[in-house]
Design a protein around this ligand. Structure first.
Ligand code: PEP
Ligand code: MG
Length: 835
């Protein structure tokens, strides 16, 4: 039977834990304590010899699990291991589980005859029950060791893999690697053979990233443990699927000039990071400086708790930024904020901070700053420029935690007039909040074309020149500046002749854009004359303007969550009415499909006071389910939409429909609102169409019944894919599974389209699949009537449709449905793409 040792500074505490644990099992049980020291004046402490003796007293080849309280208990336990003969040491495991809960869970598992690995797993998971009951995410952060136990009883399995991703293991694949490795009990280690690096832990995002893995590099991955085979197979699958990346879509839409061209007088040279010309007054952006003082703390444990609380809040903030980002720039780009979360959960970083606080009695700010600086420096010293740039993410996350520790408010970026933003640097969390109608350009003294901020700037269409000389930081706010994001040049108070040239270039650039977009204003018609409606997915008024300029023929999905997010109370009927009207006016009689509120899942609203934390938010109280349970709240939105429908071409779309009853219940509430409006003699569109999102598998299964209830369907492949494949769309660990090109998802689309057409209603698709550059033939071939995509993707989608014929598309779709994996579908599409 596995033996347990309790190491504590306090004898009373250790004996109490032992007593409690023994209550859980019957009969004698091998549990020993090593606690306190022989000093009557100061009995609190730990002694390595005592720990050694305790281990020896319960030792068997089944193994011994050692649980420790804190600080020197860990060191004493580590020293005790040194005293053991090597053959015994291999059977002894120091475990980071919480002392009380861990001891009880471990004793129960050991008494049940579980092996040492299972006992360790039980001890580690001991806080889960408590966390679930209290409705908190996971209060436990692994701090003592990032390593899995030394599973020396298992042979080490080894695998060599070559990385084929275009950018190697950059932030997202590295995060995916770590998340996958962490799923297994086995100890995963990895090293870059091509660069002959040291071996690092596969569960540390920073260590994996620091391996500097590029395309073509060979990695040696080892796994030691009882699930080593499965772990290596899962990692191999990641490599085989290119970490779910589609390299063909990686390049930014426009070519970016990375060359620095020599300056003529008056010019500032920088890096061309996002194309376009901007001429506007300067506004400085300076996040309030965070001043850190280093001091000695008397209660390091409390200090560690303080750091953990700040990290926990930072995780919640990043989660909120992620929600906003997925609306603004799409799930794929927003995933960079997932990498931020992994930095915060990196066991190596946390362990380093823990050691500084506990061993050196350092305050949390100083400890955190020091470890973040260390990681940042390791990134900077890499030869690889792409990985060097990941330092931005580490620094951004580091600053967020520091700001929370010192209690600084986040810096505000709200501009009153259009301007060029000048800053030392722009963190991705700052960039994501920018309004392209107010921020006409970005000029920073630090940064590069492949930083996440630059990627976000390009996605938002904001011209940017990064890495110019520090003199721009001394300019007065309001100074006129010009920049050219294509050549990477900037000018302060440009001479009239330069201004003329730039204004002409801006004009030419805008004309070129207009011309490119002009084609996008033509209907999307296939070579054999079939027209497909191409609409836009929008989440703000700004998006609608961009959508129209990009050739949208209407809005296929207005995500109304943007009205509700980032506030402390729900928007009123009048506020909503004003926004819906404003959007409809921009659309100028083009159709506007307003989706009723779809909160919950990845978009929680704090002020809705749901009152509990859901174990599975995506399977929980979201979308229509929440609205039907809050009819007054729902009616406010419906009234606002109906009022706006009086003079505009509006349709209502209900999200997350799973049953016919939900549609009927929603229509009853809608009917009540219509009656109330009629009684109040308020005009609305009596023929307003009502449709549903088809994004829950049950809705596909009963699509024929649902089609009889509504005027249209719009297939939400983002959710449909996660539910069909049973993979959380925000969980990196299952990211490769959540692939809308999987034949399982494509067959669901076919079934929905057939049901809609049989019932005589139209059917669109508004998930991100519609914007996938390769997906157009399948969607056309499956018979969709409308596609709704993010505004930036419209011209390309229209072009793809114009190159196809329905006959070809149908043939491709038929073949795609017969494939046995998303990758085979992708390969088929790549072969059949018309050049
Ligand atoms: C979808 O699920 O495909 C969809 C378009 O809606 P959202 O991404 O807002 O959930
Ligand atoms: Mg959805």
């Amino acid at each position: 039977m596995v033996g347990i040792v309790i190491v504590s500074h306090s004898k009373q505490l250790a004996l109490g834990v032992r007593e409690l644990a023994k209550q859980m099992v019957q009969g004698d049980f091998p549990i020993a304590v090593a606690a306190g020291i022989e000093d009557s004046d100061n009995p609190l402490g730990t002694d390595p010899i005592q720990v050694y003796e305790a281990i020896a007293s319960v030792f068997s080849d089944d193994g011994v699990l050692v649980l420790m309280d804190l600080g020197s208990a860990l060191m004493s336990a580590e020293m005790a291991l040194e005293f053991l003969p090597e053959a015994q040491r291999e059977h002894v495991y120091l475990c980071e589980a919480p002392l009380v809960e861990g001891a009880i869970a471990a004793v129960v598992a050991a008494a049940a005859g579980r092996n040492i690995q299972q006992v360790i797993a039980e001890a580690r998971g001991a806080l889960t029950v408590k966390a679930t009951q209290l409705g908190v995410d996971s209060p436990h952060l692994s701090v003592v060791s990032s390593d899995r136990p030394n599973n020396t009883e298992y042979p080490t399995q080894e695998l060599r893999l070559t990385v084929s991703n275009r950018l190697g293991l950059h932030a997202r694949p590295a995060a995916l690697f770590v998340a996958t490795a962490a799923r297994f009990q086995s100890q995963i280690k990895v090293r870059n053979l091509t660069k002959n690096t040291a071996v690092v832990g596969g569960d540390s995002i920073n260590q994996v990233a620091i391996l500097g893995v590029r395309q073509g590099h060979e990695l040696e991955i080892t796994a030691t443990g009882d699930d080593a085979d499965q772990a290596l197979a899962a990692l191999q699958a990641l490599f085989a699927t290119n970490f779910g990346e589609d390299d063909s879509t990686f390049e930014p839409a426009q070519t970016v000039n990375h060359e620095v061209i020599s300056a003529t007088p008056g010019e500032l040279l920088g890096i061309a990071a996002s194309p376009g010309v901007a001429i506007a007054p300067v506004v400085h952006y300076q996040p309030s400086a965070i001043t850190i003082t280093e001091y000695h703390v008397d209660d390091p444990e409390a200090e560690w708790q303080r750091l953990q609380a700040a990290i926990h809040t930072a995780c919640q903030e990043i989660q909120a930024v992620f929600s906003q980002a997925s609306i603004q720039i799409g799930d794929a780009e927003a995933a960079i904020f997932d990498a931020h979360l992994l930095v915060l959960k990196d066991p190596v970083l946390l362990e380093a901070a823990y050691q500084r606080i506990l061993e050196h009695h350092l305050n949390a700010e100083a400890a955190w700053q020091a470890v973040v600086d260390e990681v940042a420096t390791s990134y900077r010293t890499l030869e690889d420029s792409y990985l060097q740039e990941r330092v931005d993410d580490v620094v951004d996350v580091g600053q967020r935690v520091l700001r929370l520790l010192v209690g600084n408010a986040p810096a505000s970026l709200h501009l009153l007039e259009p301007a060029i933003l000048v800053a030392t640097d722009l963190a991705p969390s700052d960039a994501i909040g920018l309004d392209p109608t107010m921020v006409l350009g970005i000029c920073t003294t630090v940064g590069s074309a492949t930083s996440h901020s630059a990627i976000i700037a390009r996605t938002l269409g904001i011209p940017a020149v990064l890495g110019v000389g520090g003199e721009v930081l001394h300019l007065e706010d309001g100074t006129l500046m010009a920049l050219d994001g294509e050549t990477g040049k900037a000018w302060v108070e440009p001479e009239p002749d330069i201004l003329d040239v730039l204004a002409a270039k801006r004009e030419a650039w805008q004309t070129a854009q207009r011309e490119a977009k002009a084609k996008a204003h033509q209907p999307a018609v296939t070579r054999d004359g079939q027209q497909i409606n191409v609409f836009a997915n929008v989440g703000s008024i700004n998006d609608v303007q961009v959508a129209i300029a990009s050739g949208a023929e209407g809005v296929g999905l207005l995500r109304t969550e943007f009205l509700y997010l980032g506030r402390t109370i729900a928007p009123t009927e009048d506020e909503q009415f004003a926004v819906y009207q404003a959007i409809a006016q921009v659309l100028n009689h083009r159709p506007l499909i307003i989706r009723t509120l779809d909160v919950g899942g990845d978009k929680p609203l704090p002020y809705l006071n749901i009152g509990f934390t859901e174990a599975n938010p995506f399977l929980g109280w979201r979308g229509i389910r929440f609205c039907l349970d809050h009819p007054e709240f729902f009616k406010t939105q419906l009234r606002a939409i109906l009022r706006a429908s009086a003079e505009h071409n509006l349709k209502i779309m209900l999200p997350m429909i799973a049953t016919v009853m939900e549609v009927r219940a929603a229509k009853i509430i809608l009917g009540e609102v219509q009656d109330e409006l009629r009684q109040a003699e308020i005009i609305f569109d009596e023929n307003l169409q009502v449709g549903i999102m088809v994004e829950v598998p049950s809705a596909v299964a009963i699509a024929d019944q649902l089609a009889a209830e509504v005027d249209f369907f719009s297939i939400g492949t983002n959710d449909l894919t996660q539910y069909v494949m049973a993979g959380d769309r925000t969980n990196l660990r299952v990211a490769t599974l959540v692939d809308a090109l999987h034949p399982a998802v494509l067959r669901m689309i076919r079934q929905t389209v057939q049901a809609a057409h049989t019932a005589g209603i139209w059917v669109g698709l508004c998930g991100e699949l519609a914007a996938h550059p390769l997906a157009a033939p399948i969607l056309l071939g499956l018979g969709l009537d409308e596609l709704s995509v993010n505004p930036q993707s419209i011209p390309i989608l229209k072009q793809a449709i114009a190159r196809l014929s329905v006959t070809e598309a149908e043939a491709i779709a038929t073949l795609a449905l017969q494939q046995d994996s998303a990758n085979h579908v992708r390969a088929l599409l790549q072969q059949s793409t018309v050049p």
